[in-house]
Design a protein around this ligand. Structure first.
Ligand SMILES: NC(=O)c1ccc[n+]([C@@H]2O[C@H](COP(=O)([O-])OP(=O)(O)OC[C@H]3O[C@@H](n4cnc5c(N)ncnc54)[C@H](OP(=O)(O)O)[C@@H]3O)[C@@H](O)[C@H]2O)c1
Length: 256
């Protein structure tokens, strides 16, 4: 797990005594579990819901029941800078993404460029502009690499490079599949492939090769949230990249 610590990051650490989190993508499979994990740890949490969300009222009630504050700022640069300036999070979680099927329903062409990259970049720019340098927790993916012909991985590689070029402290997480029977949205192909891969990795582990299972086995949203939250809060100022093994290793024993 490569770790780099920047001097700028250290320069603003002293002004924060307690953590406060802003979660973008809070309504997602990972996001909702991250909000719950943060609240369980007593972290002041803002859950961002996109304005006009069809289930907005339900999400507001769910998050407020957890003791989180709900923010529905529009996805516009000035509005997101204003939200970050108001809430002053020490930790900013970027857990955004779409699928081709969902983007088609929403009439979005170039979904990975528009949502996965576009909204995350808007958030990154806002985090850099808001003046207090929150730690940027970016949910990327295993295999993220700029320039590859796979647009899903390529936009994540680009965002990773831009995040590393920023002056913000960060945590880049690169899990393999995020999958569990508790995902409310139906994704049969993703679920079937992750179950097959997990079974193969279990077979290897039984035969004595456990490394691939630690690195490549799927994580449920709750497992990912527990590991991600633990890694994020463990350091305010670090610049860290974590693969699935590191995320899994950070899950508190009682939550594993
Ligand atoms: N699935 C995997 O196996 C896997 C593996 C590695 C990495 N990842 C990446 O990890 C991230 C989170 O995954 P996940 O499974 O938790 O995602 P998810 O359940 O699909 O949630 C995605 C979040 O992004 C928001 N979003 C989507 N389109 C939007 C739009 N047009 N405008 C504003 N917000 C929008 C959603 O809001 P609404 O609820 O309002 O739609 C939701 O909060 C994604 O980037 C994903 O690609 C996934």
């Amino acid at each position: 797990m490569p770790t780099v610590t920047g001097s700028f990051a250290a320069s603003f650490s002293a002004s924060f005594s307690t953590a406060a989190a802003f979660v973008a993508g809070a309504t997602g499979y990972t996001g909702r579990a991250v909000v719950a994990a943060l609240r369980t740890r007593g972290v002041e949490t803002v859950a961002h819901i996109r304005p006009g969300s069809v289930n907005g009222a339900e999400w507001r009630a769910r998050f407020e029941a957890l003791g989180a504050t709900v923010d529905e700022s529009p996805w516009e640069p000035a509005a997101i800078v204003a939200a970050l300036t108001t809430h002053r999070p020490t930790h900013l979680f970027a857990l955004l993404g779409t699928t081709r099927a969902r983007a088609k329903r929403e009439g979005i062409t170039a979904p990975y460029e528009t949502v996965d990259y576009g909204l995350t970049k808007l958030l990154l720019d806002a985090a850099s502009a808001c003046g207090h340098g929150p730690r940027f927790i970016y949910l990327s993916a295993l295999g993220a690499r700029e320039g590859t012909s796979n647009p899903y991985l390529s936009v994540r590689g680009r965002l990773e490079r831009e995040l590393q070029a920023s002056r913000l402290p960060f945590l880049i997480a690169r899990p393999a599949f995020i999958s569990g029977r508790d995902r409310e949205e139906s994704r049969p192909t993703e679920r079937a492939v992750s179950l097959l891969v997990d079974a193969a990795l279990r077979g290897l582990a039984t035969a004595g090769l456990s490394g691939p299972q630690r690195r490549f086995a799927s994580l449920t949203g709750r497992q990912l949230a527990e590991g991600l939250t633990a890694l994020a809060l463990a350091a305010r100022d670090a610049r860290t990249i974590a693969d699935a093994a590191a995320i899994r290793g950070a899950i508190p024993a009682e939550q594993a």
